[in-house]
Design a protein. Structure first.
Length: 317
């Protein structure tokens, strides 16, 4: 495996960030978090209104990597086989042939994932957690990299099925994009006069380079004091009076790995307390459940509680 210097790594990340930002203008933090999740071999959930760039972000990532990209529009009548694939009978041969579903891709956009019933949502669980699919009596490994970018509209709940906790726990991060500034939106309108900007993107990183970078992330150092800092934050979510469910052990592992990835994208081979603090809300807020009865307010209140916990947790010296 090719060994890169921290400077070379930072340059590759910068090139990838710049390429994706040609499409998602004015949202550097969103692009940064998406790249951190990608390099950490995680998956990302975007909760936001329609038309703010969720699909464009997924396409831009896929185009920048020159990899296989599929989009699935989730609907109430969708079945697990619509995602995983199924056996099709071939009359001329008198036998069945397995036809792979859209999950067999490198970048999968699961659009409006909460519009389909839990049975169909669960078709993604094994793939997201273990990188494989069990279907029609056989287990098939997915070709890495495998990155799920799912979306849901947090403002419209009629005809939706809330994601269960075990599904949410599979997403490394949950973020929103938000509306752009007016000056930025003006640039977007001008940019789209000549067509879709994403269609003009060219690959800037090979699949081989991406896989090497993903493997390098696990070599980033996490000091024991920072591991204790992560565990203290996690423990505080489990004992907070306004939370009925705290962060799981898997969530803690994910949190640590995300911090390694953030450090790596910034050209460092060590994690800092700031890495942990900056990732707390996107990594942890969707993993806890508040005692609020108002469904629409869950993640907003959860984010506020996570920020309060950060203020109370002792930062390593």
């Amino acid at each position: 495996m090719e060994v890169r210097s921290q400077q070379e790594t930072a340059e590759l990340v910068k090139i990838l960030h710049k390429n994706i930002s040609k499409v998602l203008i004015g949202k550097p933090e969103v692009v940064k978090l998406a790249i951190v999740t990608l390099l950490a071999e995680g998956h990302i959930l975007i909760e936001d209104a329609p038309g703010v760039g969720k699909t464009s972000l997924a396409k831009a990532i896929a185009k920048s990597l020159d990899c296989n990209y599929k989009r699935v529009q989730f609907t109430p009548d969708m079945l697990p086989s619509d995602i995983l694939g199924s056996n099709v009978f071939l009359p001329n041969l008198g036998e069945f042939e397995f036809r792979k579903g859209p999950i067999f891709s490198n970048i999968l956009l699961a659009d409006e994932i909460n519009r389909t019933p839990p049975r169909t949502q669960s078709a993604l669980l094994e793939a997201m957690n273990e990188g494989q699919v069990s279907v029609e009596g056989q287990t098939i490994l997915l070709q890495p990299p495998f990155f799920v970018l799912a979306t849901q509209n947090p403002f419209e709940f009629e005809g939706t099925y809330p994601l269960p906790e075990n599904q949410l726990d599979r997403f490394m991060m949950c973020i929103d994009i938000g509306y752009p500034e007016r000056s930025t939106e003006r640039d977007v309108l001008i940019q789209h006069r000549s067509g879709e900007p994403v269609d003009t993107l060219q690959p800037v990183i090979t699949i081989k380079q991406l896989r090497e970078m993903q493997q390098d992330v696990s070599n980033v150092r996490v000091d024991d004091s920072l591991t204790d800092y992560i565990l203290e934050i996690v423990d505080m979510t489990r004992n907070h009076p306004e939370l009925t469910l705290g962060v799981s052990t898997r969530g803690a592992i994910t949190y640590s790995h995300a911090a390694q990835s953030k450090a790596y994208t910034e050209g460092r081979d060590y994690v800092t307390p700031d890495d942990i603090k900056e990732l707390a809300v996107p990594v942890l807020a969707h993993r806890v459940i508040t005692k609020s009865l108002v469904r629409e307010n869950q993640r907003t209140r959860a984010s506020e509680i996570i920020r309060q916990i950060l203020q109370q947790a002792a930062v390593p010296g």
